[in-house]
Design a protein around this ligand. Structure first.
Ligand code: PAN
Ligand code: ZN
Length: 176
């Protein structure tokens, strides 16, 4: 039944370091930077019913910066409806899309202006800004997908994205 009222109500979510302080490896650096508690990222979603058939979509903006040597990043999540795929279209900046399957496989993909990144069903995903300007991307996924942050909050992701000698490096998370 078509009972959707076309109106553009949006929701803006902001995440500061204090919202994700345990997710960075260098806890000494976290403690120091927490005194400023920088805004790490924000995303705005146009409100649509969170049900099958609708498409949720948003614009995410990750600011440029590091905590210790680790670049600013999103928390990362699986979807509650695990077989949900998602598409990211990068509008500005440079970064990495870190993905991890529930069997432990992992994959890191480059993001740059104009790139389209496909997140297959069952893969957790986190985005990392490796550049000097905000990383901005558009995302779209099924309306009833939901977000499951718990697993990533507890264990982190297997691959971490750092700066070393002015280069972007991918390292293994020692907590795994
Ligand atoms: C994105 C993310 C957004 C913020 O819209 O929700 O970039 O990342 P976190 O949700 O991990 O904080 C998405 O993947 N939605 O499903
Ligand atoms: Zn997602």
């Amino acid at each position: 039944m078509n009972n959707f009222k076309l109106k553009t109500e949006s929701k803006l979510v902001k995440r500061k370091l204090s919202d994700m302080s345990t997710m960075y490896l260098d806890q000494k650096a976290v403690k120091e930077v927490l005194t400023e508690d920088p805004l790490i990222y924000e995303f705005s979603t146009i409100k649509v019913p969170e049900e099958n058939g609708h498409l949720l979509h948003c614009i995410s903006k990750i600011y440029s910066g590091k905590i210790g040597s680790e670049y600013f990043m999103t928390k990362g999540h699986f979807h509650e409806v695990e077989n949900t795929a998602e598409i990211y279209f990068t509008l500005k900046g440079n970064g990495k899309l870190v993905m991890q399957a529930n069997n432990g496989d992992s994959k890191v993909i480059n993001m740059k202006k104009g790139s389209i990144s496909y997140i297959p069903p069952y893969w957790a995903h986190r985005t990392v800004n490796t550049g000097n300007e905000p990383l901005i991307f558009f995302c779209v996924y099924r309306g009833d997908a939901g977000h499951n942050y718990g697993i990533i909050e507890k264990n982190g992701m297997k691959k971490l994205i750092h700066e070393k000698n002015n280069k972007v490096v991918i390292t293994d998370n020692p907590k795994y």
